[in-house]
Structure formats: C-alpha cells, structure tokens
Design a protein around this ligand. Structure first.
Ligand code: ZN
Length: 200
C-alpha cells in the first residue's frame, strides 16, 4: 500500500510512483494530495503527512513516447469492446473477458500485397498488422466476417481504428502496470480498472 497514483493536471492517470517520490513532490509543491490511505500517517521530524494515495500535478504534462503495438493494447484501445457488434464479454465476476475477444484484420491478410493493405476509408497504405488495420472483435463477428472487408461482410465499424492518441497512451501504460488500491478507483474508468485487474 505504498504506491501512489499520479494524476495529470486534468485528473487523468499519468503513472504510478513510489511514496518517497510522491512525498518529495508534495513538499516541492509540484502536486496536491487528493486522496490519502486511511489511518496511515507519514511521520518525520519535520512533518506529519497523511499517506498520499492519489496526487495531482499542478501543471499539465504532455505524454511522450508511443505505445507498442500488441494484441492487448489493441483490445485496451477499443475498451475491450467488439468494434462490429458492441459486445463486451464479461467473466462470471464481471471483469472484461479478454480471452473472448480477438484482434481482427479489417482488410484481411488474404487481400494484402507484400504485407500491406490499402485502407478503404483513407486510401492509406499500411502494414496488414498495425494500429490502423486491426480492431477488437468478438469471436462471432470474426467468424462471420472471415477473409472479407467489413463492407463485403455487411458489417459496420463503430469507429475507424487509429494509433492511440496521447490520452489513450496514458491509459494504456497505466492499464499494463497498475494494481488498484480502492483509494484510486474514483480516478480510473471502469473498463480500465477491469482491464488492469485482468492483467494483474
Ligand atoms: Zn461482435
């Protein structure tokens, strides 16, 4: 119970830091404490401080880096939701059931040339397995679609697949790394909390 959730100035999760780092940021007035671990006090000669659970930066930080392409990150980007029918498979205890989901090549591999496909909606040429040509699909939709484009199969994408934006990158990084104390819950979207629980 010593990890601290660091929020960006817009209260979106940024990353997890250890408590020493968090206390340093509090003392430097770089962050404010927005939630503390109940009943725990950090005592030193200089201060008695409620043990921070969640802190928020005073200044907004832009994200850096890029999320690596992976099956898990595609499903996280899509909120563990089938991009054709909207199904969100659940386990018996209500978590997102990622094993029930597949990653579908929107323009199928069978229609690729030299490992690349042309996206019908933008005319761009991209690798067949890339952020722009893969979406989360339930098993039923994936089987129904087969080696066809959505149009050929009579299916409609709920959203065009894209490389994750900065906000999504934060959430992806967070989903992969966190286990979730109760004190963090208010700042973490439900689907990501379920995703993090599944991943941990
Ligand atoms: Zn589906």
């Amino acid at each position: 119970m010593t990890d601290v959730l660091l929020l960006n100035a817009d209260y979106t999760p940024l990353r997890v830091v250890d408590w020493q780092k968090a206390v340093g940021l509090v003392l430097d007035k770089k962050v404010q404490v927005v939630a503390a671990y109940a009943g725990q006090i950090i005592r030193s000669t200089q201060l008695n401080l409620p043990w921070p659970a969640v802190v928020v930066q005073r200044r907004y930080t832009r994200s850096r880096g890029a999320a690596p392409y992976s099956r898990i990150n595609v499903i996280a980007r899509d909120g563990a939701t089938c991009q054709y029918c909207g199904a969100r498979p659940r386990t018996r205890n209500g978590r997102s059931h990622w094993e029930e989901l597949t990653v579908d090549h929107v323009v199928p591999r069978a229609q690729s040339v030299a490992g690349e496909v042309v996206l019908p909606w933008s005319g761009l040429r991209v690798p067949v397995t890339s952020w722009e040509n893969t979406v989360t699909a339930c098993g039923k939709c994936n089987r129904l679609k087969g080696a066809r484009t959505p149009e050929q199969a009579g299916l409609t994408l709920r959203a065009l697949p894209r490389r994750p934006d900065e906000h999504q990158l934060m959430r992806l990084a967070f989903t992969r790394s966190a286990n979730l104390p109760a004190e963090w819950r208010s700042w973490i979207p439900d689907d990501l909390a379920a995703a993090a629980a599944m991943a941990s």
